[in-house]
Design a protein around this ligand. Sequence first.
Ligand SMILES: NC(=O)c1ccc[n+]([C@@H]2O[C@H](COP(=O)([O-])OP(=O)(O)OC[C@H]3O[C@@H](n4cnc5c(N)ncnc54)[C@H](OP(=O)(O)O)[C@@H]3O)[C@@H](O)[C@H]2O)c1
Length: 335
Amino acid sequence: MPNVKSKHFPSFKAELPSMSGKTVVITGTTSGTGRAAANALADLGAKVLLLNRASDRSDSSFAELSAEYPSADLHQIECDLQSFASVSAAAALVAELCPEGVHVLCNNAGVMALGDTATVDGFDIQMQTNHLSHFLLTKELMPLLQSAAASSGEARVVNHSSVARMAPSKTLRADHLEKNGGQLGGDGSKLQNMMFNGPRWIRYNQSKLANAAFTAALHNRLQGSGSAVKALVAHPGLSNTHLQKTSVKEGGMGSFFTDQFMRFSQSPEDGAMGILSCMCLPEAQSGQFYGPGSGAIAFRGQAKPFALEDFYDNAETHELLWSKSEEAIGSSFTI
Ligand SMILES: NC(=O)c1ccc[n+]([C@@H]2O[C@H](COP(=O)([O-])OP(=O)(O)OC[C@H]3O[C@@H](n4cnc5c(N)ncnc54)[C@H](OP(=O)(O)O)[C@@H]3O)[C@@H](O)[C@H]2O)c1
């Protein structure tokens, strides 16, 4: 894949406020946007809890980050988003390590265009990794977010969606949120995967639509209860990360077309500007979406705020997302 240089990140980063005194939990920091955000947060003085599944990538990225920011308050926590038990164990550890509460939870980790596989809990691997486990993590950390909001005036939940939220479908489907892992359309043909369409991409679309719908429903509930916790969502445009490499390796994308397509991409740091805006900017409001534009080809550029979109920000989708996600995690999530 082409080596893409950061265009906007240095000047963007220079304008970010200090995060000293803030505790930030972020998933998926072994590479890509999560790694770029973790670097920035460590540099800005936050206490950062890095939630990753156990791997050499997790150990080596943590060691590199610790070496680069020796005075930073960093914590490595094992969290495999393919397993609800692992997510609950990670949340319990966060509670032990953070009596001060959690000021920011960034649900960043994700996978794309993987095969039609069930997790140990029986859900589609993309839907559980990208949305359902983050729904559970948010539920379990909500008391810590509420307590940080009470003592500091606000706290934030930041989700990471995609331009893929709007295509091929703008309608969230119940069957993708149910225990149908391995039965959601199969792996698609070589041609479909080369052209970024077919069932793997429908499952990715549904999971990224769920990230946006979760933000909208959470924002609605938090505002309705008078909470000072904000719900925001970002997308990174098209960012040159490990995401595409994994998809190519797993058969979800052809390497030739991916190489051509990635010529339109931006660096991981430029891709991280959306989540960092949501996490750090004082002016970022609950119910805002940050990314390089709201359109289907918003691939590159400065992260700007825009409004949540009607195709998921409506009462019917809020209710579907919430009730099916509660059913999946096996407990209610009441704000
Ligand atoms: N790159 C883009 O163009 C693009 C576009 C739209 C949206 N996004 C979104 O941006 C987010 C970050 O992705 P990225 O592009 O930065 O890709 P990336 O470099 O592949 O990073 C993804 C992160 O998620 C982690 N992850 C995957 N499965 C996990 C699991 N079961 N448990 C815990 N962590 C897991 C990965 O860790 P491992 O090392 O363990 O795999 C990695 O740290 C994702 O939500 C993605 O959907 C990216």
